[in-house]
Ligand binder design. Structure first.
Ligand code: NOJ
Length: 733
């Protein structure tokens, strides 16, 4: 975990005392590799040209391959760069050599990258992986990613992303672990242990970066980069807890978010950066801005120019400027003018040098030659873990008539372009994978020896191919249609105003249903979708998200019953888009949704999620009985009986929720407080025990004060956030 010895702290102080102001500001400057030549338009415009279709991705890549790149060697030599985004180990070593051997003080560089859900081995996107409800799994995938990247030069992950997100229109819901502060906090702690925990060798760990601090997930109307307004009590109770949990677990760095929060951009937000993070939580690491975010304070209209934005950011506690060179160009003058105290600079640089020291970069700045070799094929240990994570993330939403698992000897029509695409399985934000490692669903069924034929038929952006549809309808005893989103439809800058299944894919499903044959919809997507029509019409629905390199094998195993699905939803699914934002743990209204018109509901969509948080079926069924909640001093001892009432073995995630029934401010209707996964053989019953610590039953007031208020509480236990047993208990703290 991120902690320095006294000796290391002394070395940092000593080094700091030798630095000039320019060198100090150099450490606060993070550079991107700039594209400097080979074409006539600026790099930003090139990106826009690709995004709006003026050039294709292939053309873009061709141009890029001939472009000259500026790695800022001269600035590194002069001690004016502290970190960079590079992912080529040879290049990392080359630049590191300049920093270590040619700069005056030899301070090593940090190399950061967006390693969100795996490096070379890509695991499920976070919203999917969180649905495994398995912190130990979250930790193992993070550890593997840390080792893979560090041996390729990347020693700083811009992850985990901990944005509680409740509006599925926002494209970045894919990158984070869902809507619930408790689940996101468990995910956060496990990821920190995985990324930073194995310090037995410098090749085994990286610095984590908690992002996006804070409340980015609440951007208004789900539109990326948009404004956020919320009461402090909501901020403290729902959006800050995962960051606090990760800081307590020992996270080394934090990235501020793009959004403004109650009128102040998080990049320059003294309240969140200084008051909460650094002073109240005593966070010892450093804070980096998001890309170009200091400059964007001018567009936000809270700084007249770049220099003023730099002053505001530095004074608010922003230690590193990602990508704008504003600190590099203006901070020295601002210090000399007395606008930024020297103590602010010293504090930032001490934090940055400390993280570098903890990473072992002063003793081991280089990637060893032997570690640099890339695998020709991924080792089995890596693919096994990727498959396990993928299988555990799959959520069975509907299975009328027990269509799934598919029977032996059943002929399958596999339909939909997404089924035969090995690149779309990766999902948003993966940068270091290879197509050859990726197993498409078609390939997965082939590997599993299924009797099937593939028909392309239609895709998220494609027209229907009538001939293919006819063949698909004619061939199989069952039709498995893979439908959903392209991976570019979620992630950064990928908000959607209509979150139904895009294009003509629903039309394709209608054709299949008209045959009267059983139809399975396999969903591939980066966000909760609005599935009203599908839920009403398609008999079996399997939520498979973007599951990473082993997606095809995992999906095939679940379809064929080699693996019983056990994933649960980390985010509520609305019936229709207009219900967004929707989340199970919403504050109690004065008129809770119900049958009557004058309750909190929609005339045309009711009030309940189509599939609630925590929901997910199995190939077997579970019943709950005998819920008890006994006062055990500092905690409540909660027990419940869970029985497997079906005829296959299965794994159930038993979820513990509570409600503070009467409090001094409005509290959520339910809040997740614990969970346990249990494996049950057919007919088997287990008593499951869960602990609810009394200290966790309180809440924050607007002032930031945490209080435990005596009174009536409801304890709920069940297999999802809606269907629970309930016990009331009155407590005096
Ligand atoms: C912008 C994104 O918001 C952030 O998540 C990412 O880490 C940085 N760019 C760097 O790529």
């Amino acid at each position: 975990m991120y902690r320095l010895t006294d000796e290391q702290k002394a070395k940092v102080k000593e080094l700091l005392s030798q630095m000039t102001l320019d060198e100090k500001i150099g450490q606060m400057n993070q550079e991107s590799v700039s594209i400097v030549g080979g074409f006539d338009v600026p790099f930003e415009e090139l990106i826009e040209m690709m995004t709006d279709g003026r050039i294709t991705q292939d053309e873009f890549e061709k141009i890029m391959s001939t472009a000259e790149q500026d790695y800022h060697e001269d600035d590194i030599r002069a001690g004016l760069v502290g970190s960079l985004m590079v992912q080529d180990p040879e290049k990392c070593n080359e630049l590191q050599k300049i920093a270590v051997e040619e700069s005056r003080l030899g301070i090593p560089l940090m190399f950061g990258l967006d390693v969100i859900h795996g490096y070379r081995t890509v695991y499920p996107i976070a919203i999917a992986e969180a649905g495994a409800f398995e912190p130990e799994l979250f930790e193992r995938t993070a550890r593997m990613a840390a080792k893979e990247s560090r041996t390729q030069g990347v020693n700083w992950h811009f992850a985990p992303m901990l944005d509680v997100a409740r509006d599925a229109r926002w494209g970045r819901v894919s990158e984070g672990p869902g809507e619930d502060p408790y689940l996101v906090s468990q995910f956060a702690k496990a990821k920190i242990r995985g990324l930073q925990g194995d310090m037995s060798s410098t090749e085994n760990y990286v610095a984590a970066c908690l992002k996006h601090y804070v409340a980015y997930g609440a951007c208004e109307s789900g539109r990326d980069y948009n404004t956020v307004s919320m009461a402090n009590s909501m901020l403290y109770n729902a959006y800050l807890p995962p960051f606090k949990a990760a800081v307590e677990e020992g996270a080394a760095t934090v990235m501020a978010s793009f959004n403004d929060l109650n009128g102040v951009p998080c990049t320059v937000n003294e309240f969140t950066l200084r008051h909460i993070l650094k002073d109240s939580w005593q966070f010892p690491g450093f804070v980096v801005s998001d890309a170009n975010a200091i400059r964007e304070c001018v567009s936000h209209g809270i700084a007249a120019d770049e220099a003023e934005a730099g002053v505001e950011a530095a004074n608010a506690g922003m230690d590193i400027d990602m990508g704008t060179q504003i600190y590099k160009k203006t901070l020295k003058q601002s210090v000399e003018d007395g606008k930024v105290p020297m103590s602010v600079i010293d504090e930032a640089v001490e934090r940055i040098l400390s993280v570098k020291m903890w990473l072992g970069l002063f003793e081991h700045p280089y990637v060893p030659q032997e570690a640099m070799k890339r695998y020709e094929v991924l080792p089995k240990e890596h693919t096994d873990l990727a498959r396990e994570a993928a299988e555990k993330s799959i959520v069975l939403l509907k299975n009328d008539g027990g269509i799934l698992p598919l029977g032996k000897g059943q002929k399958i029509s596999l339909a939909g372009q997404l089924a035969d695409n090995r690149e779309e399985i990766i999902g948003a934000w993966a940068m270091s994978w290879r197509p050859d490692d990726c197993v498409s669903i078609r390939q997965g069924l082939e590997n599993a020896g299924a009797e099937f034929e593939y028909f392309s038929c239609c895709g998220p952006e494609a027209e229907i191919n009538e001939e293919d549809v006819e063949k698909a309808c004619a061939y199989g005893d069952v039709i498995v249609a893979v439908v959903g989103e392209l991976d570019s439809m979620s992630g950064e800058a990928s908000s959607r105003a209509d979150i139904t299944i895009p294009g003509k894919q629903q039309e394709m499903l209608k054709r299949f249903l008209a045959t009267g044959k059983p139809v399975v919809a396999v969903l591939m997507n980066g966000r909760p979708l609005a599935l009203k029509w599908e839920a009403e019409n398609v008999p079996a629905i399997l939520e498979c998200w973007h599951l990473g390199v082993q997606m095809g094998n995992a999906v095939a195993n679940v379809l064929l019953g080699n693996k019983v699905p056990e994933g649960k939803l980390a985010s509520s699914f609305p019936a229709v888009t207009g219900m967004c934002p929707i989340y199970y743990n919403h504050p109690s209204t004065g008129r809770p949704g119900g049958r009557s018109k004058f309750t909190s509901r929609y005339l045309d969509a009711g009030f309940e999620a189509l599939y609630p948080f925590g929901y997910g079926l199995s190939y077997t069924t579970f019943t709950y009985d005998g819920l008890e909640a006994a006062d055990a001093g500092d905690s409540l001892a909660v027990t419940v009986g869970v029985t497997n009432t079906g005829d296959s073995a299965g794994v159930e995630t038993v979820q513990l929720y509570m409600q503070d029934v009467t409090a001094s401010i409005v509290r959520p209707v339910k809040e997740l407080k614990g969970f346990a996964k249990v494996s049950l053989a057919p007919g088997e019953k287990k008593q499951v025990s869960l602990t609810l610590n009394k200290k966790d039953m309180g809440f924050y007031k607007d002032s930031g004060e945490y209080v435990l208020e005596d009174g009536l509480f409801r304890v709920y236990v069940g297999g999802n956030s809606k269907d629970c047993l309930m016990k009331e208990i009155t407590l005096t703290f």
